[in-house]
Design a protein around this ligand. Structure first.
Ligand code: THU
Length: 130
């Protein structure tokens, strides 16, 4: 699958000397183009960024603001799910039905939706009438 390939390639470049936990993410924009990212850690730990954030930044920099599909890949005992902050970041550009593929290094994939990951979320409707 093309998203898995792109996420795995980005993961190879992950900068994770503190956690030694490399993550790759790939997003398909509405145009069909794929944007990838990896985690980039920092000696000042909170300054590190997640793979999903990198992929979203690449997508927006390319002029797209609609996510049609996401894939996240990492090692470990089982597939990871995006952290809380990344769920909110993904939700900004995706629909509740948008699929997030959770992959392990072998390519085994479990699917969830943005709505599954972030139910009862704070969204744009809450700003209306404020
Ligand atoms: N990480 C991600 O890149 N994405 C996630 O969804 C979860 C965690 C990174 C952050 C940190 O560099 C490392 O994984 C360990 O938490």
């Amino acid at each position: 699958m093309d998203l898995f390939k792109a996420a795995m390639a980005a993961r190879e470049n992950a900068y994770a000397p503190y956690s030694n936990f490399q993550v790759g993410a790939a997003i398909r924009g509405a145009s069909g183009k794929i944007y990838a990212g990896c985690n980039v850690e920092n000696v000042a730990y909170p300054e590190g960024t997640c793979a999903e954030a990198g992929a979203i930044a690449a997508m927006v920099a390319a002029g797209e603001t609609e996510i049609s599909e996401v894939l996240v890949v990492a090692g470990g005992a089982s597939q990871i799910t995006p952290c809380g902050g990344c769920r909110q970041k993904i939700a900004e550009f995706a629909a509740r039905e948008t699929v997030v593929h959770l992959a392990d290094l072998s390519g085994a994939i479990e699917d969830v939706t943005v709505g599954n990951l972030l139910p009862v979320s704070f969204d744009k409707d809450h700003l209306v009438g404020s």
